[in-house]
Design a binder for this molecule. Structure first.
Ligand SMILES: [Ca+2]
Ligand SMILES: [Ca+2]
Ligand SMILES: [Ca+2]
Length: 262
């Protein structure tokens, strides 16, 4: 859990940080898949600010959406989706290695609204927009930001658009209990998980899983931790196919038994 000292130190540190980008999926669209054939993609040139974003968003006061990197993908049918995030030191010209990845998957995306009077102006979603601020005020507890890494949340923009992101699950690097959940069993800078998902558009939010890395004494507090993100999509086995298979297997077994009895 955070302490008052950490919060004070963090707010002091944030004063010297540059203005952070709002939620955008530009360059981070993992693709559209029908779930009928096997397909996939990898994006290697991304980084997240700090090594703690996911873990901080998985605690009781949630976290800052800017401390996670947002990706999206679209399914036009039911599919098994395997998502893998790996530390990648050389992802960008300024990135470093050592990311302990955690990620969460949600149905839904952060809304972007185009100004009807000026198509050149887009309103992106962020934590302190008017829509997100109204949402935070409606919550029965104080939050650091709108990102809930282990459940549903809402995020919106200054144009009044707000969407619910419906939590589908998470994966996090580490062994045993870690902040926010249970580790994947091997602390190796890689985490991966397969989800059975239905048609829709999904957000994948990736951040660091090292909760203590948010301490102001951390020299790499605001470092860019490089990452690679991969998606592999395959079809969900049909129940009809499974029962036909089971029927066939039963037939073979009965046949084998009859033969052995002769
Ligand atoms: Ca937090
Ligand atoms: Ca915090
Ligand atoms: Ca791992």
């Amino acid at each position: 859990m955070f302490t008052r000292q950490i919060l004070l130190a963090l707010s002091a540190a944030s004063l010297s940080l540059p203005v952070l980008a709002h939620v955008s999926y530009t360059g981070r669209d993992l693709g559209t898949y029908d779930g009928l054939s096997t397909a996939g993609a990898t994006i290697t040139n991304q980084a997240t600010t700090g090594n703690y974003g996911w873990a901080d968003a998985a605690d009781a006061d949630w976290g800052d959406s800017h401390k996670g990197k947002w990706f999206k993908f679209t399914l036009t049918g039911d599919a098994l989706v395997t998502l893998t995030v790996s530390a990648n030191a050389g992802a960008t010209s300024t990135s470093i290695g050592g990311l302990l990845p955690g990620f969460s998957v949600y149905q839904g995306i952060a809304p972007t609204s185009v100004d009807p009077g000026n198509a050149a102006v887009s309103y992106l979603s962020y934590d302190t927009s008017t829509a997100s601020t109204a949402y935070k005020a409606s919550l029965p507890f104080p939050v650091e930001g709108v990102w809930n890494a282990v459940g549903d949340f809402q995020i919106g923009n200054d144009f009044g658009a707000i969407n619910t992101l419906s939590f589908k699950g998470y994966a996090v690097d580490g062994v045993g209990a870690v902040q926010g959940g249970t580790g994947d069993g091997l602390l190796d800078g890689i985490t991966s998980k397969t989800f059975a998902l239905s048609a829709g558009t999904y957000s994948l939010i990736v951040g660091g899983a090292d909760y203590d890395a948010q301490l102001a004494s951390n020299p790499n507090l605001a470092a860019a931790y490089g990452m690679s993100v991969g998606i592999q999509v395959s079809s969900v086995p049909e129940p009809a196919t499974l029962s036909l298979y089971a029927l066939g297997l039963a037939g073979l077994l009965i046949g084998a038994r009859r033969r052995s009895q002769r």
